[in-house]
Design a protein around this ligand. Structure first.
Ligand SMILES: Nc1ncnc2c1ncn2[C@@H]1O[C@H](COP(=O)(O)OP(=O)(O)OP(=O)(O)O)[C@@H](O)[C@H]1O
Ligand SMILES: [Mg+2]
Length: 310
């Protein structure tokens, strides 16, 4: 059993978490491994892998389905696949065992492509876990179970979510090390990224009346541009930069988050994506503060983008 103390909140992931045995986790892990080969893992294969009889595995799977950790399908064979909650359980267990997470707190938001929760470490410090959720896991729509990795174009939502978390963690590490204003990354496992909390307020929620003078607004604009330029200088273009992915910290300084879709400055999309990011910022200042500001984007492009692709 995993020990996470003090869990009193009615949380989907955690309701069952304390009830899971090591055997349950072994089954989940085996399903995960075999999902590289099967969209639905045959019960028989799980049994063979674990040297248990199929009946015992089937009984455990039925229980795991009760916790919404797995899908069970009955086609020309009995098959199983992990749900996002099942994947959460494996990732959370790994992070608990690594000593990253001691307790998990309430959900603090759900983005379009993620769920965010507060978590606490052994020392009682709070941080954020961002659980990436890409693609839909709706197996009712799947006509037939098939081995799918042979078909290169089929990429499972769990795998896609893991890649997204890996990309975000990698970008946060690089950018944080380079001194760009991003949340400090802590750890990553599968589709989960742990990072420091940015206390403050999302940029889109800020009201014009919160600024005392126009100079304060211009300072914010300069700070945002400064961070954007620093990221670009280190080879990273955010790719979804807007008031929805910038937070102002306690010092009213902008922090950029939500990085999985970043592109590198050597990409042949760099000019297009950078221009879009910059325009989003300009539009925000125009809409919110009625300020027609200018950015010399050509200068940015000439300075930092690979001349060969322009
Ligand atoms: N490190 C952090 N500290 C504080 N709040 C955060 C942090 N990371 C994210 N948030 C909050 O959670 C929200 C969603 O985060 P994020 O944008 O990374 O997820 P997302 O699923 O990609 O969102 P979307 O697809 O809706 O843009 C943010 O708008 C922000 O308010
Ligand atoms: Mg976002």
């Amino acid at each position: 059993m995993i020990v996470i103390q003090g869990l009193t909140m009615p949380l989907t992931i955690l309701d069952f978490f304390l009830k899971l045995t090591q055997f349950d986790f072994r089954i989940l892990s085996v399903i995960e491994v075999l999902m590289a080969k099967y969209e639905f893992v045959p019960t028989e294969e799980i049994a063979t892998y674990l040297h248990y009889n199929e009946k015992k595995i089937q009984a455990a799977l039925t229980r795991l389905r009760g916790y919404k950790l797995v899908f069970l399908v009955q086609r020309h064979y009995s098959g199983t696949a992990l749900t996002f909650i099942g994947y959460d359980a494996l990732a959370l267990k790994a992070l608990v065992e690594k000593g990253v997470i001691a307790q998990i707190g309430p959900e603090i938001g759900a983005g379009k492509e993620s769920d965010l929760r507060l978590a606490v470490n052994d020392e009682g410090s709070e941080f954020i876990i961002k659980m990436h959720r890409l693609g839909k896991l709706d197996f009712r729509a799947t006509k037939k179970a098939r081995a799918f990795l042979a078909e290169k174009r089929h990429i499972s939502p769990l795998y896609e979510s893991r890649l997204s978390a890996e990309r975000e963690f990698e970008a946060l590490n690089e950018l944080f090390r380079a001194g760009v204003s991003v949340p400090k990354p802590i750890a990553q496992n599968r589709h989960i990224v742990a990072m420091h909390v940015v206390t403050g307020q999302d940029l889109y929620r800020i009201k014009k009346s919160e600024f005392e003078t126009e100079d304060d607004i211009l300072t914010l604009f300069d700070n945002i541009l400064n961070e954007l330029e620093k990221a670009v200088k280190h080879g990273y273009i955010h790719g979804d930069l807007s008031e929805y992915n910038i937070r102002l910290n306690e010092d009213d300084y902008p922090v950029f988050f939500d990085w999985p879709q970043y592109i590198k400055t050597e990409s042949n999309q760099a000019k297009l994506i950078l221009t879009r990011d910059v325009n989003n910022i300009l539009n925000y200042f125009k809409k919110k503060f009625q300020l027609n500001l200018k950015i010399n984007i050509e200068e940015l492009i000439l300075k930092y983008l690979d001349i060969n692709i322009l």
